[in-house]
Design a protein around this ligand. Sequence first.
Ligand SMILES: Nc1ncnc2c1ncn2[C@@H]1O[C@H](COP(=O)(O)OP(=O)(O)OP(=O)(O)O)[C@@H](O)[C@H]1O
Length: 426
Amino acid sequence: MSRPSSSEELQDSTDSSAAGFPPLTRAAVLACQFSSWYPTFRKHSPKATVIKPLEDRFIDYLESDGLFLPEGSGPMGVSELSDDEDSRNGSESEDDQSWQVTFPELDADIRRILTKYDGAVFPKLNWSSPQDAAWMIPGQALKCQCPADVYLLLKSSDFISHDLDHAFDECVDYEPEKEEESVQEEASAPPQDDLAQLAAQLALQEQETSATDSSDDEEALERPTRRRKSPYKFELVLKKWFDMPKSQEWRCFVKDRKLVAISQRDTNYYDFLQPEDVQADLRAKISAFFKDEIRDVFPSQSYVIDLYLTRGNDRLFIIDFNPYAPQTDALLFAWESLNALSPSAPSSSSSTPSPYPLLRVIDSPTMSSQTMPSFSHNRYPKDVVELSDGTSIADFAKEWAKKLEEGVKDSVGGEEEREGSDVAGR
Ligand SMILES: Nc1ncnc2c1ncn2[C@@H]1O[C@H](COP(=O)(O)OP(=O)(O)OP(=O)(O)O)[C@@H](O)[C@H]1O
């Protein structure tokens, strides 16, 4: 899920009903949480394991100041840190802190999942991956090969902070004071004795297990936790890493259960996507997949799906669900034009084929990558923007969005293709 970079920008974009957006509800946001949809769509999604709920101590670590890594989380294992690892712990004063933080159970879970997934995973929390922090690890991708890689990315990312603190901010039915009150009431209840506590923990585990459809293997690792001052539980999603050619990714917009538009996900120009028959084939494949596998199953009326089409064009995979809301990037479309579409209206003549879903690809190689960056307005690190030229994040975002809009009319140079493999969730 993409998200605004500042509360100011958030205010600009939250008047969703005025702009023609359906009201965003907590249920719609929760439906896009990874563990909400993955059990249902597992066979159409790359392999992944969810660790939930994350313990409060770990969330506190992610939210704490300074960039330091828990002891024993590096590639060398539990008992030692390499010199390299030590140097990633940040400044000298922060080093002291690093030796006080350990997450041996979580480290062990991550290492076990890494082994199961051939040594590399892609991390995210309930909704977001730390894409804005990719530059923190070698290769600038979110390819994690030890627990420290996962922690470093999560801890450095504004997108992850958004998941932790602002996931429901724009929902019409979200009342933070009320929710916090109920959590505080729970926290101030008389302490339970050990047996009662154990029973409560087991009940929680059972409830979670059914919610994530954990079956024969460990695709949902559950453990009891203390209650945090938050009305929902945080989860760490580790997806098996695979090389996914960007040119094969598509963002699909669903309005009132109708697939209205499809946008190329990447901002590069690809020759092979230009022929009309290729585009017609794409529309047909994605439309059929949506109708057969998603439309009657996904609980929301309006939402956005990210799909990946294997290079042989023979199989579609679900990468992510996002809310139909301004904080999700509309990519090559403008939200105003998507909101203005009315796919239910009768077509002018019965012989005219339906124009839906509309499909947009970058259709010219002339635009330079400087004017068409691959991160759009709500997908770059806050710190970078703050340091940029003294403008506020909101102003910078508006400038950026304007550039993007202008940029869509042209396009940029191509990227070499790679083949994805072994992606099936099951
Ligand atoms: N298992 C994976 N292995 C390698 N790369 C991946 C994997 N899953 C996702 N990616 C890449 O990361 C991108 C973002 O993934 P994902 O949609 O899960 O994260 P997100 O933070 O929710 O993104 P967004 O907010 O843009 O929807 C994908 O478009 C894809 O390019």
